[in-house]
Design a protein around this ligand. Structure first.
Ligand code: NAD
Length: 296
């Protein structure tokens, strides 16, 4: 069994750390929130008072932080994890962050004699609690192989997407598809309603025709056709509009930096930004249908 250090014990990191404890590992965790530390203790982990304490005797260090600036702050600098951990420690950053920061931190890890992967996830808090997350991994083969047994405790699908930063690239490309297709599906329902076409009829036809996609068949933005979708519970998340907006902004940043053309990604960013400004940021992102219906 391994000694695991864990920084960032929030909505995602908390249950991920608990699953590692349940698998028999020793987990030392740090978070800025006292409540998050209490939750780790209740789950059988060891809360510590300062970040650097998670690196003591750690075989593996996992981070699940809000954004690139937090990851850089925690990894780099004289008191950063890369400076204080033993040489050869395996680092897994599962935060969703910008590709450039992920690559910068990975290069610094390599020059510090550490193994590192970026391993952002999809599956949300439900997947984190159930240990069924999908991990999209960027980094060298040896680090991927070393990390896989730990990722398998927290997730179900583990995909090696290539070199450092490619996990983040896969995550933002996938979520850009999701953000755009949710708008497309929502527009179709908004139009169908104006034309007097029943929602269930449109669903039955499009879900077996060329309009079929995950946003329609697994996460339908109108109530009825998919009983488990957030539309059936007043758009309680799920995946919030603000989180979708965060990922779309990361995709736009990456598109600008790389010269890729993503006009629909740009439009989707504007629409979720509008939804967020209309006080719907903490509602599920599929509530974009209400914006398009003009019912917000
Ligand atoms: P969260 O805000 O609930 O948790 C982040 C935690 O990091 C907080 O507890 C915060 O106190 C802690 N933190 C911040 N700075 C720190 C520092 N310097 N040292 C130690 N702890 C620090 O966020 P979350 O929902 O758990 O998301 C974490 C990451 O996972 C984000 O990058 C997010 O985009 C990504 N993600 C979230 C979801 C989701 O459904 N919540 C799904 C996929 C990916």
């Amino acid at each position: 069994m391994a000694n695991i250090g864990f920084a960032g014990l929030g909505n995602m990191g908390g249950p991920m750390a608990a699953n590692l404890v349940n698998a028999g590992h020793t987990v030392r965790g740090f978070d800025l929130s006292a409540d998050a530390l209490k939750t780790l203790k209740a789950a059988g982990g060891i809360p510590v008072d300062q970040l650097t304490d998670i690196a003591k005797d750690a075989d593996v260090i996992i981070t699940m932080l809000p954004a690139g600036k937090h990851v850089k702050a925690v990894y780099t600098g004289d008191e950063g994890l890369l400076a204080v951990a033993n040489k050869g420690t395996l680092f897994i950053d599962s935060s969703t962050i910008d590709v450039q920061s992920a690559r910068e931190v990975a290069a610094f890890a390599k020059s510090s004699g550490m193994k590192m992967i970026d391993a952002p996830v999809s599956g949300g808090v439900t997947g984190a609690a159930a240990g069924t997350l999908t991990f999209m991994v960027g980094g060298p083969d040896d680090a991927f192989t070393a990390a896989k047994p730990y990722l398998e405790i927290m997730g179900k699908n583990i995909v090696h997407a290539g070199d450092a930063g490619n996990g983040q690239a896969a995550k933002i490309c996938n979520n850009m598809v999701l953000g755009i297709t949710m708008i497309a599906v929502s527009e179709a329902f908004a139009l169908a309603e104006k034309l007097g076409l029943d929602n269930q009829k449109l669903f039955d036809i499009a879900s077996t025709a060329s309009g079929q996609c995950w946003a329609l068949t697994s996460y339908c933005p109108v109530a009825g056709p998919v009983p488990g979708s957030p539309a059936n519970r007043d758009y309680e998340p799920g995946f919030t509009a603000n989180m979708m907006l965060k990922d779309l902004k990361l995709a736009q940043e990456a598109a600008m930096a790389s010269g890729a053309s993503t006009p629909l990604g740009a439009e989707a960013t504007h629409l979720y930004s509008l939804l967020s400004n209309l006080d719907h940021g903490e509602k599920d992102f599929s509530s974009i249908v209400q914006l398009l219906r003009g019912t917000l």
